[in-house]
Design a protein around this ligand. Structure first.
Ligand code: F6P
Length: 326
């Protein structure tokens, strides 16, 4: 096995708060262990076009508290083609990069898995996504910050919901996963969460809300995960409005504000731990694994396992929400 002297680092896919903390950790841990570091800009695109810069410890100073990613990010079409990946490999050789650390979600790790297989390049992934949808890790970099952003927004929406006695549908991100919606609903004290993992009939939901209104509540907040399965907050609100015209229904789609902002302490800490672990993993000879945290311990999750499996969402959380939202 060739010795690793220089690593390349990139962020790919949707940005997530804490990515900068991860870039800092990977860079500093690598330099601490005697390795050179090269920053690759705009995700895999920078690897294909050769937008690469040598990083010293100062390149990552004063970034731990910033959202977004100083390396920029992109979803790169060229890298999904064999020609694009051939160019990427050429640039790696030119820049003397021996291994890659990729920070991103499942699409980014899928790219890494294919590239590693084709060119025998050691790749380590860090789970960087607000969606928390990667299998084999309890949490992902950016998820906690996004959850807190949702909480902040819903707390504010509650003021209007209560004052006007309205029923609010709040749509949150998550692609096809309901972690943000379900845990957001529990933390915000919402009445219900509509998530793709567990189906909720509109009638059931309306009945539930009706009971709430009738009993003790004069306002309700329902968190809806964006997804083709749930249909999104707009569609759901339309149906409820048509069938129950007596309710004053409003919709709020939180959108990309969930991806921005200063990372929480939790996200900075896991990014720092995972970033440091990525260098240790490479030095131990690990390849093609994602660094995860399970039961507060660092774990190595093979790419195939992290990407291919649907991360289960605990039914217990649904029960908690249902029993506390009476
Ligand atoms: O994966 C992160 C995420 O924010 C998803 O929750 C969302 O579906 C998607 O990215 C949005 O992507 P874009 O910023 O490209 O519209």
């Amino acid at each position: 096995m060739a010795t690793i002297k220089c690593i390349g680092i990139l962020t790919s896919g949707g940005d997530a708060p804490g990515m900068n903390a991860a870039i800092r950790a990977v860079t500093r841990a690598a330099i601490y262990n005697g390795l050179r570091v090269k920053g690759i800009y705009r995700g895999y695109k920078g690897l294909v076009t050769g937008e690469i810069l040598e990083f010293k410890t100062q390149n990552v100073s004063n970034i731990i508290h910033q959202g977004g990613t100083i390396l920029k990010t992109a979803r790169c079409k060229e890298f999904t083609t064999p020609e694009g990946r051939a160019l990427a490999y050429e640039n790696m050789r030119k820049e003397e990069i021996d291994a890659l650390v990729i920070i991103g979600g499942d699409g980014s790790l899928t790219g890494a898995r294919i590239f590693a297989q084709e060119y025998d390049v050691p790749c380590i992934g860090l789970p960087g996504t607000i969606d928390n949808d990667l299998y084999g890790t309890d949490t992902t970099i950016g998820y906690d910050t996004a959850l807190n952003t949702i909480l902040d927004a819903v707390d504010k929406i509650r003021d209007t919901a209560t004052s006007h006695e309205r029923l609010f549908f709040v749509e949150v991100m998550g692609r096809d996963a309901g972690f943000l919606a379900l845990n957001g609903a529990i933390a915000a004290g919402a009445e219900a969460a509509i998530i793709p993992e567990f189906s909720t009939e509109v009638d059931q939901l309306a009945e539930f809300i009706k009971n709430g209104f009738r009993k003790s509540k004069n306002s309700s907040i329902v968190l809806v995960a964006e997804s083709d399965i749930t249909g999104g907050a707009m569609a759901l609100a339309e149906r409820v409005k048509n069938e129950y015209p007596q309710y004053d229904v409003r919709v709020s789609i939180l959108g990309h504000l969930q991806r921005g902002g200063r990372p929480t302490a939790h996200d900075r800490i896991i990014a720092s731990r995972m970033g440091t672990a990525s260098i240790e993993a490479l030095m131990e000879g690990q390849r093609n694994v994602m660094i995860g945290i399970e039961h507060d311990e660092i774990v190595y999750v093979p790419f195939t396992k992290a990407i291919k499996n649907d991360k289960p969402i605990k039914k217990e959380l649904v029960n908690v929400l249902n029993s506390l939202s009476i």
